[in-house]
Structure formats: C-alpha cells, structure tokens
Design a protein around this ligand. Structure first.
Ligand SMILES: Nc1nc2c(c(=O)[nH]1)N[C@H]1C(S)=C(S)[C@@H](COP(=O)(O)O)O[C@H]1N2
Ligand SMILES: [Mo]
Length: 327
C-alpha cells in the first residue's frame, strides 16, 4: 500500500493544488458541515464566483451531508501533468443525454430533478453472491480514496479532476464472479418522468448502458465514484454512483448506475447501438485513430481556451497501466 497523505486537500501545498477559489469553496463547505459556516457563507460564495455576472451552477453552493467519509484521503500514486480543472467548470461542462446534453446549462438544471436518494444498486448475473445495496452500504464497506485523474471526451474537450471512490475490483471480489463471466455490463436509471431526454419518442436506446471486458473492469485504474472535489457527486456529474475509466473516451464512464451485471458475451453499449461506426466497444483514447468526423490528435481543457490545444496521449496518458491488456 503506498503512503497516503494525512492532510485534507485544501491544506496541501503540492504541484497539483486546486485553485484558491476551489480551496475557499471547499473550506466553506467543510465549516458549514461542522455547523461553523454561519453568516460568512454567503459572502464567500459571492467572492468565489468565477465571473461576477454568472450565478454559481446548481450544486456549487450546497453540498450533501458528508458523514465523515469526505474528503477522502488522496492516493498519491496517481499523478497529473496539469492543473486541476476548476470545480465550477466541471459542474457546468457536462454531457448527460437523459437531460438533453445539447444545451448544457439546461441539462445541469434538469438533472437536479433526478431523485438520487433512496437509490438501490443491484449486482447480478454470473456471480456467486448477487447483491442489492444502497450508497451508504457501499461507502461503509469500501474505503473511499481520492484520485486525480484526467478525463477525455470523444468531442476533444478534456479536464483533470479529483474523483472520490474505490476500485471496481473490490466490488467484483465481493460478489465473486463465476468462471463464465467475461464482461461487465452497466445500466443507468430508466425514469422518463424525471429525465426529459428519455421521453417516449426519443430515438435513443434507453436506459444508458455500457460495458467493459472483465480484465478492464478489474484494472487498478477503474473506479466506482461516489464523489468528486471532496464531496458526494453533484447530480449533473452522475450521482450517486458512476464509473470512471480514464483511459477510454468519456462516454464509457457511465453515470447514475443502477445495475451491474456479469455476463459471458460482449454486451451492447448505448453509443455503439446509436452509431456503431463512430463509437466502438473498446474506445481507448488514441490520437492516431480519428473520429469519422474529426481528428483526435489534439484536445483542449474546458477551463482554458480552445486555442490552447495539447497533443492527445495514447490511452489518455495511462498506457503504462493499461496497454498490457491489449497486446
Ligand atoms: N448515464 C449517462 N452517463 C454518461 C453520459 C450520459 O449521457 N448518460 N455521458 C457520458 C459522456 S459523453 C461523458 S464525456 C461523461 C461526462 O461526464 P461529466 O459530465 O461528469 O463531465 O459522462 C458519460 N456518462
Ligand atoms: Mo463524452
């Protein structure tokens, strides 16, 4: 087990420090959780807003109770080569087709209507011990850790953020896959009444579903996330439970998971069903393989400028940890 820093993220003075603004927001939320925020809270929010004209996005000012499990200790093994993206930018720049991603501010607003508590997750299929549990059960059973990861959307935007979660492998060990299990299938919620993008007549194959090969699912990088930036996940970023597979394009990192199933055959996936030619099952980040409609050679950070483009890295920079699975 690598050595873990014992100081909370806002006290840490390392290269990958969040912005001052982020520190102020986190500290305020932390004090509020202790009941110490008081009258200062409003002043801090106003002072911290990224641009004076823009109201903070939903989820920016209020955070769910943290029950002592957040912020989680950072696992220092996962290094990043750039600044963390500002939390407010990550809250705003989402993709969530259940809530009509085309208009991002609207999608962020609509996502607030998703009921994320209570929430039951089922793990079933080719396992010895099928389970049903809620998020509290998960957070009690598996020690949460913080990891700084890159995230790369197939649309060429990128960000770098601190997830909170635990390796999916631990959950798989708990349910004990049978020898016939070769793939893992993930399914999101199916609630057209809460998600306008899912309304009858939608051309998409709802609910959102994804899949990994079993060895990919068991890779050390593969996380189940319950939080980010030191708190539980905001609704628009996939609360209460999402997958994080940072060497693959973002759409593999399915949000709001209700069902995890161990299966024998490669499962169909949402985007592959919609447009097979554009969204293959594996979808590992690869600068040399263009999307049929655009190049993947470069990427841009969502809180930088489109002009500041950087070279895309094979496997999004995680080749040393994952390339061996594809030899
Ligand atoms: N259920 C669900 N999960 C999803 C999506 C979605 O539309 N629905 N979009 C995917 C895409 S395309 C990306 S890039 C990431 C975006 O995660 P973020 O909005 O938290 O940045 O979520 C992925 N997971
Ligand atoms: Mo994406």
């Amino acid at each position: 087990m690598p050595r873990i820093h014992l100081r909370p993220p806002w006290r840490r003075a390392d290269l990958h420090h969040p912005t001052d603004e982020q520190i102020a927001i986190d500290r305020r939320a932390f004090l509020a959780a202790l009941g110490l925020g008081g009258a200062m809270a409003g002043a801090h929010i106003a002072g911290c807003s990224s641009s004076p004209a823009a109201a903070p996005p939903p989820g920016a000012a209020t955070k769910p109770a943290t029950r002592g499990r957040y912020p989680a200790l950072r696992n220092p093994r996962f290094k990043i080569d750039r600044k963390l993206t500002r939390r407010e930018a990550v809250l705003r720049h989402i993709n969530y087709y259940e809530f009509d991603s085309a208009d991002k501010p609207r999608a962020v607003r609509l996502a607030q209507h998703l009921t994320t508590s209570p929430w039951t997750v089922t793990v079933a299929g080719l396992v010895k011990k099928a389970k049903m549990f809620d998020i509290d059960d998960l957070e009690r059973r598996f020690r949460l850790e913080e990891r700084l990861y890159r995230h790369r959307c197939v649309e060429t935007w990128a960000m770098t953020l601190p997830w909170v979660g635990f390796p999916l492998r631990k959950l798989l060990d708990w349910v004990e896959p049978l020898s016939g299990a070769k793939f893992v299938r993930f399914v999101s919620f199916n609630r057209p009444a809460e998600a306008p993008g899912m309304r009858p007549g939608s051309a998409y194959p709802w609910p959102y579903h994804e899949g990994l090969r079993l060895d990919e699912a068991r890779n050390d990088l593969t996380l189940l996330a319950t939080g980010m930036y030191g708190h539980r996940l905001p609704k628009q970023n996939g609360a209460p439970l999402r997958l994080v597979v940072p060497w693959k394009y973002g759409y593999k990192s399915i949000k709001a998971i209700e069902r995890i199933e161990l299966v024998a055959e490669q499962p169909p996936t949402f985007w592959n069903t919609v447009t097979p030619r554009e969204y293959p099952f594996y979808s590992n980040v690869d600068p040399a393989v263009p999307h049929p409609r655009w190049s993947q050679a470069e990427e841009w950070m969502i809180d930088g400028h489109q002009a500041e483009r950087r070279k895309t890295l094979p496997y999004n920079g995680y080749g040393d940890l994952v390339a061996g699975m594809y030899m």
